[in-house]
Design a protein around this ligand. Sequence first.
Ligand SMILES: Nc1ncnc2c1ncn2[C@@H]1O[C@H](COP(=O)(O)OP(=O)(O)O)[C@@H](O)[C@H]1O
Ligand SMILES: [Mg+2]
Length: 461
Amino acid sequence: MREKSILVIDDDKIILDSLCEFLSLEGFRASGAETLKGALAKLEKESYCLVLTDVNLPDGDGLELLDIIRRDYPQTVVIVITGYGTIDSAVKAIKQGAYDYLTKPIIDDELRLAVERAIQQQSLMSENESLRLQLERKHRLENIISHNYKMAKIFDLVEAVADSKITVLMAGPSGTGKSMLARAIHHRSSRHDKPFVEVSCGALPETLLESELFGHTRGSFTGAVNNKEGKFLAADGGTIFLDEIGNASPGLQAKLLRVLEDRQFEPVGSNKTTIVDTRIILASNRNLNDEVRQGRFREDLYYRINVVTIELPPLSERVGDVRLLAEHFLRMYSAQHSREKLGITDEAMEYMERYSWPGNIREIENIIERATLLSKSKFIGPDDLPETIKQEPSRQAKRYTPTSLKEALAGPEKDIIREALEANHWNRQATAKALQINRTTLFKKMKHYGLYAEAERLGLT
Ligand SMILES: Nc1ncnc2c1ncn2[C@@H]1O[C@H](COP(=O)(O)OP(=O)(O)O)[C@@H](O)[C@H]1O
Ligand SMILES: [Mg+2]
């Protein structure tokens, strides 16, 4: 492991040198500065886990330095050295975020102890920090790739509801990003440092699922040998994500209704009511409205759930995203498998843009990961793609029952223009060329169909 670096600042050269020498003997890499300016220059060049600073410096004071460190180098802990009888400035320093203070004359044992504790604190801090950064990087909305106007609206909605306790329903086919967005909502809320607990309601038989969610008491059913805490309780203070909610049995639906209404439930086999503060996000790849109509899903539960619904479009409705996603996953998996960054040939991209992606984003992700591993050259070509993608017949044109011809054509015309725009990354010149119309016509039609406004919203004009 690398030695820990400590920066010592004191204008008294003798004290400075002896402190540095002591710390070096203790096994640290110590460097010294005699002024505030000198300290700042060193901080810019190297990262220190600890700064020991005198309060009185010739060109400023240690508290000023403390402020700068708290702001610009939050991972560095600070110990302030105060002169004898200046306890006030020590108190001030602690209030301002110094980890500790030492008074002159400095006693070796005190210094050793203070440094040890500060370093411990610092490694805790930096661990938390790097964990937090990792998670953030993973769940940032910026990592959810899309240029699609529907997705842009969804991102706005996510931002708007994230930091509330509102129940959110994620709808859309499998692989469209429901779980990913549920996590993003949690990570954007003030609950982000509390648990995010995911339960699939399709994977377990009814009784097991009930005890999984609400917990059970010992002996409440065969096999229940111990008390068990349920996932709702585990998610107390945080978020529970109930996936495949369309599969919930009638019994479970009744229990869920109560939790949604009062955040209350009883563990299986118990009559003790538990109250939780849990944000609930649900997902279904079945159309719950249909399920209600068919009598399989409780209508009252549906209304409780259907407060804010985020409807994720299938990938086939965001053709323009195929290239973006392919390139995103390519970057991701080349890095993950420590491969040199690959490219994709135009031919392979054409196949992918023509394919209908029944497995949606999960499918393109898998295909790109596989291709990253398989590809023998610097480019992913058609040979690296599975046969199914290459056999796909071209898209079927949608059929409409016309009212007037003009009206009937308006819908498809808008869709075609939007698809063409997305496929050409909203470049109007390229789109006009692809559609073989002139740019003015395209511009007028975009205005007419509200596509120009969409482009503006996406910042693509
Ligand atoms: N817009 C997106 N940008 C980048 N990756 C995405 C996007 N949407 C989904 N993914 C990735 O695709 C995969 C499937 O998404 P997931 O959220 O599990 O779908 P669902 O829950 O709807 O089945 C996951 O690996 C997810 O990270
Ligand atoms: Mg999912």
